[in-house]
Design a protein around this ligand. Structure first.
Ligand code: AR6
Length: 169
């Protein structure tokens, strides 16, 4: 598996699957989630509502992942995962690692070979970037999968630089 880094907007990535830093409700939000629904159009929300009405009546548990259509995005699927909110009182790293592992498991189910990830939990959920980068990179490297390329799409020069350092270390 090749791990690559790109600075930019994840919604423009031409990959088999784009991972959404969603929340348990699956019904939208800000950050990456807001951008995906805005640019992908209403089919994604309709698919999420269907999941809430069927498989996940109580919402998607933190650390798990589920796929929908990508609507009008230049990707085949969106994999929604609910990251943990950062806490200084409790170590929620296993849940953040689980987001990456479970997303790759869903990618395998979809037969996706190129997958774009954002830096899950590092925005509204306040996870420190360097620690999040360690968890992200070490988890994808340690997860057996059919995915050929994991592309981390970082939203600014600072986040990109942190991932570059962690990847090179
Ligand atoms: N492309 C790539 N990265 C982005 C983009 C984008 N278009 N927009 C933001 N980022 P966040 P979280 C970066 O807040 O912390 C939503 O309301 C951003 O700078 O999207 O997991 C959900 O519904 C940050 O580094 O996700 C949840 O309620 C990273 O992506 C909650 O936010 C993740 O930031 C999830 O919070």
């Amino acid at each position: 598996m090749k791990v690559t880094l790109v600075q930019g907007d994840i919604t423009g990535q031409q990959v088999d699957a784009i991972v959404n830093a969603a929340n348990s409700s699956l019904l939208g939000g800000g950050g990456v989630d807001g951008a995906i629904h805005r640019r992908g159009g209403p089919d994604i929300l309709a698919a999420c509502r269907h999941l809430r009405a069927t498989t996940y009546p109580d919402g998607l548990p933190t650390g798990q992942a589920v796929a929908t259509t990508a609507g009008r995005l230049p990707a085949h699927s969106v994999i929604h995962t609910a990251g943990p909110v950062y806490s200084t009182k409790e170590d929620r790293s296993p849940l953040l690692a689980s987001c990456y592992r479970e997303s790759l498991r869903v990618a395998d189910e979809l037969a996706a070979t190129t997958v774009a990830f954002p830096a899950i939990s590092t925005g509204i959920y306040r996870w420190p970037m360097r620690n999040a980068a360690h968890i992200a990179i070490s988890t994808v490297r340690a997860t057996p999968s059919q995915v050929h390329e994991v592309r981390f799409v970082l939203f600014g020069a600072e986040a990109y630089a942190v991932f570059e350092q962690v990847l090179g270390a």
